[in-house]
Design a protein around this ligand. Structure first.
Ligand SMILES: [Mg+2]
Length: 294
């Protein structure tokens, strides 16, 4: 019998997935799988559950949750060099990464996809000692998913991010950074930066057409300090998919980048929807670090 480890976050995405748990297990079992289930809450020991997965002859590790839950699983897998393929069922409030890899919204169809066994190696980002699968960002709007009140999140889902983001706009001040790449050093006053592996960030599906989770490079978008008016124009361009043509944008593709904060306040970066490490940030692309069911 083939074996699967299924991890689900019972609190993610308005707690919807728990009602689908039984039919998902049933479907795997009908296809001759033995399923072990782990309920990932806040204080559960995911590390203990996953650490020996590589030695257990598993078909895959399947995670049902949002970007944050996937990130926690990926961190344990990367730190323990677990090469077991990872399957993703998008069951969170924010499912940016699942959308990027085109996992269906229907949980049962996700199982179908995982059963086809299309496994491919993909890149993973590393910022200081924390891995990310989707995005590492800091500055204006970038912490809204963390700041959004849990009650607000459960009632309004994604709209809670816009409510929280709008409040933030009026309090925000730009900050200065030193940006080092393998070939360049820049000092800039900025509003925010995004370093992404896929192309879906903050619910916007396509920042660029040419980002890939298999090119060994991270895409970096830096928004320079600009006026409210220019932020408005820029937002319009982002929604129209022309983000990179703006003079306030610095766009890079790198294997390695270091960002040091020089002046001004900025919270720790958001890493896949959770607070990440402190500045300075050394960010690397770990090429083909993870095997994924696509
Ligand atoms: Mg890439």
């Amino acid at each position: 019998m083939k074996k699967i480890k299924l991890i689900y976050n019972s609190g993610a995405g308005q707690s919807k997935f728990r009602y689908f748990l039984d039919p998902i297990i049933e479907k795997f079992m009908q296809n001759d799988f033995e399923v072990s289930v782990f309920r990932a809450g806040n204080k559960t020991n995911l590390y203990e559950y996953l650490k020996d997965s590589d030695k257990e002859d598993l078909y895959g590790i399947v995670v049902a949750g949002g970007d944050g839950t996937i990130n926690r699983v990926v961190n344990v897998m990367m730190k323990n060099q677990i090469k077991t393929p990872l399957g993703i069922i998008p069951a969170g409030t924010s499912n940016d990464f699942a959308r990027h890899i085109k996992m269906p919204n229907n949980f049962s169809e996700c199982v179908d996809k995982i059963l086809t066994k299309n496994i491919q190696p993909i890149d993973v980002g590393l910022v200081n000692d924390k891995y990310f699968i989707n995005v590492c960002s800091a500055g204006l709007f970038t912490n809204t998913s963390i700041r959004a009140d849990k009650k607000l999140k459960n009632t309004f889902g994604k709209a809670s991010y816009f409510i929280t983001g709008a409040k933030e706009l009026f309090k925000f001040r730009p900050f200065s950074v030193k940006i080092e790449t393998e070939t360049d050093i820049m000092i800039e006053k900025i509003n925010l930066f995004l370093i992404f592996n896929g192309s879906s960030v903050g619910g916007i599906d396509k920042f660029t057409d040419n980002s890939s989770i298999q090119d060994g490079l991270l895409d970096i978008m830096i928004v320079k300090n600009c006026s409210f008016h220019e932020v408005g124009i820029l937002a319009g361009k982002i929604f129209a998919g022309n983000t990179l043509e703006d003079e306030n944008i610095i766009y890079l593709k790198e294997k390695w980048i270091k960002i040091s904060r020089l002046k001004g306040k900025c919270d720790n970066p958001d890493v896949d929807g959770d607070f990440g490490p402190q500045f300075p940030l050394e960010v690397k692309c770990i090429e083909k670090g993870l095997n994924l069911f696509l």
